[in-house]
Design a binder for this molecule. Structure first.
Ligand SMILES: Cc1ncc(COP(=O)(O)O)c(C=O)c1O
Length: 348
């Protein structure tokens, strides 16, 4: 979901941008109007996320999935290894792809407990040659999220695709934060990569140029034609976040939305249940089941009839899932909770 105000602004200026007589998506990416958008988006990201000066902010196509490969290609040089924390579907994908490009190992897996929680630092088995510890900040499908970052000595790398810009980042712990933008920030077509400059010093130079973080960094993410449309929309979303009070406000809103939904689940006398551990409950993707699983298709269909779509859980896990990203107003969650109570009463 994107903020309606942003969509309307895009609609109003898509044909003729700033009286230029053409759309922003028709202009050269070297034109002053686009350059202003591009640099404005980087500045807003730095400001909102309090990105330190010794980090580069990169815009790279290919989504988070390409980062699964690009990360080990760039960081696992020499004899170092990447530790991967297997917390669900997306962490597993990151690990599988990284294994094509470097020495990686599983530091922990939640497979045997059905991926119902994030691990504690003490549970991670880390090798001495570990270059980074890869985490998936929020498992979009399984509905679990780190509330505390594991306190380990090694630099953290996080895939934050599904909670980017909904929480502050303690940069001192990270070498890289990356994520596809299409959940919380902009339309698909772009990944954000925040990388510590010192990590670029040893990246290999014998890779095709697009795969090199240092090349993107040296050209301000304009080595080749950037994905103009998602960056243009993102710049507006970032201003929308800034106008609402920045990340502290996004965090508070996410807590309030998720809090209400989990409360509705917890107070339903077992009609609805949350399959995940209380300490790892995601603020972005609330996964729940109906105790009578057979009622789930009906629940999803009736909700859809009331204009609430996308509540069916991911095909790999079943059940239901409410994705409540930054742009979801509290009223949307209130409407869902009301519907959940009505539905319970109607079939109970
Ligand atoms: C946590 C997480 N990581 C990675 C991805 C893959 O992102 P992309 O489609 O941008 O490659 C997703 C997509 O949903 C995701 O939720």
């Amino acid at each position: 979901m994107l903020p309606l105000a942003v969509l309307e602004e895009v609609q109003a200026e898509i044909v003729d941008y700033g009286s230029a007589g053409m759309s922003i998506i028709e202009m050269s990416h070297r034109s002053p109007p686009y350059e202003a958008v591009h640099r404005g988006a980087i500045a807003l990201l730095r400001d909102l996320l309090a990105v330190p000066d010794d980090f580069e902010v990169l815009f790279i196509q290919g989504g988070a999935t390409m980062q699964f490969g690009m990360l080990p290609l760039n960081l696992l040089t020499g004899s170092s290894a990447g530790a991967y924390v297997d917390t669900g579907a997306w962490a597993s994908k990151a690990f599988e792809d990284a294994a094509h490009h470097g020495d990686v190992y599983e530091a922990w897996s939640g497979r045997d407990i059905g991926y119902t929680r994030m691990p504690q630092a003490a549970e991670l088995s880390l090798r001495r040659d570990t270059r980074y510890v890869h985490l998936t900040s929020n498992e979009t499908i399984g509905g679990i999220q780190y509330k505390e970052w594991p306190d380990v000595a090694e630099p953290l790398v996080a895939d934050m695709s599904s909670d980017l810009l909904s929480r502050r980042v303690p940069w001192e712990r990270f070498d890289v934060v990356y994520g596809g933008v299409q959940k919380n920030v902009a339309p698909a077509g772009l990944a954000l990569v925040f990388i510590r400059r010192s990590a670029l010093e040893h990246t290999p130079r014998d890779l095709a140029s697009y795969f090199r973080y240092d090349v993107h960094a040296s050209k301000d993410s304009m080595y080749n034609t950037p994905p103009v449309f998602p960056i243009y929309v993102m710049e507006k979303v970032l201003r929308w976040i800034q106008d609402r009070g920045g990340l502290p406000a996004m965090e508070a809103a996410a807590d309030a939305r998720a809090g209400l939904l989990y409360q509705t689940i917890d107070e339903s006398d077992g009609f609805y249940t949350s399959p995940v551990d209380g300490a790892s409950r995601s603020n972005m993707n609330v996964v729940f089941r109906l105790s009578d699983h057979d009622l789930e298709p009906q629940f999803v269909a009736v909700a859809s009839g009331r204009g609430m779509v996308g509540l069916k859980g991911h095909r790999n896990v079943g059940g239901c899932r409410a994705s409540i990203y930054n742009a979801m107003p509290m009223a949307g969650v209130e409407a869902l909770c009301e519907f959940m109570a009505d539905f319970q009463e109607s079939v109970g």
